[in-house]
Design a protein around this ligand. Sequence first.
Ligand code: GLU
Length: 500
Amino acid sequence: MSRVRVRFAPSPTGPLHLGGARTALYDYLFAKKNDGDFVLRIEDTDTARFVEGAEEYIMESLEWMGITPDESPKHGGPYGPYRQSERREIYDQYTAQILKTDYAYIAFDTPEELDEIRSKYEEKGEIFSYNYMTRNLLSNSLSLSDEQVAEKLQNKVPYVIRFKMPVDRILNLEDIIRGKFSVNTNTLDDKVLVKQDGMPTYHFANIIDDYEMKISHVIRGEEWLPSMGLHVLLYEAMGWEAPQFAHLPLILKPEGKGKLSKRDGAKFGFPVFPMNFTDPVTGEMSPGYKEAGYLPGAFVNFLALLGWSPADNKEILSLEEMAAEFDLHKVHKAGARFSKEKADWFNQQYIQMKTDEEMLAILKELYPELPVNDDKLLKIIHLMKERAVFPQDIYENGKFFFSAPDQYDEKAVKKAWSDYTGSILHEFSTHLQPEMNSESIKSKIQEFAAEKNLGMGKVMMPLRLALVGELKGPDVPDIMEILGFEETTRRISNATNNIS
Ligand code: GLU
């Protein structure tokens, strides 16, 4: 078999949404599984939809996900350029080639003329299609005489090049995920291949580049399945062997119905993009997984399982493990329902798998100004990691480690404090010694409670209130060890002075 080469071919029309990110991931996994190449090609022929910064965003997102392309506009490679806008000369040569075949013709109809025809059809309740039934009635090199065409060309009348869809042919197609299916060519229209400005449209540029870049497998979203017939015929027209195709299932909304859309993020309260993206025109910011605190490993893991299940239904897999196991035949045909709970579960698992030192680095990047040294922060992380879904939780749920409570939760006060609590805590604090650790503190509390004939809760609860400001957090002796003798005693005296 020839070398496996897979491309991810986004258009830089905005940030990469989850579906696009998953396509890129499957492209990567399939390439790596087969010791092949993963290529990033930027399909920017549609200048009207170009969005400033989108290409950089796509590249950064792939890098964050850990799936850096082997060839790309940024990295170069033997089949460049990797931006379609820079490949005009290559396309020109193939435009000339296809015009020599019976698969293409030139058409002079102006957009206004076509709009008018479209409206006329609509009035009759019909839909206009530029196809085998209508093309002979329109203004093109099939309907006009050679002289008329020559004259128009002489007069520089603008034209497009259209694909001449064969009539009455049944195309027998095969998709790796969906299997065999057939398409009647009479259901397909004569797509524009080359625009008035001489630039190819998506369809033509796409197959030229896949051929030129020696792409062996086209793995892309389900929305491109209806184009497969045209693409296969374009390969035939050019006399090239077509690559293999695999069309990936949709990612569905959390309720399971309908495609997850870019707007669903705001609606359901979860990101639909890998990283934050600020629209350069409107200034609107769309949140991303990275900034929300998802670890790249977790993101990639949960994304991979939206539509694919590894052999033994294992859930936690590294990128390398996924690449070793990935199988397009095991990609589901049906859409995959997105679940934020599942995404969060993965993140929690990945946080537990990180060492305290790794979490330290992540936290210091998120909060460069934390008022504690690394040793203390490591202890805090060790204590708080278990319950964290996001790195931010360690800070948010452990705020009391960084600053003393400035108020005490009312309900907690009612529950934990009575008239004599202040004096009990004060007396307890006199038993504390500067050298203290969680174990010694625990025995101190036990001894003290026994001596005073109090239940443990009568000491533990008000202590917690004094240290945290509410009745939350990890074990009290652990908190005290981290806060240290001075801070602990200071907080106890604050509480005894301020809670009445
Ligand atoms: N440029 C197309 C897109 O934006 C690529 C489709 C394909 O992979 O062929 O999705």
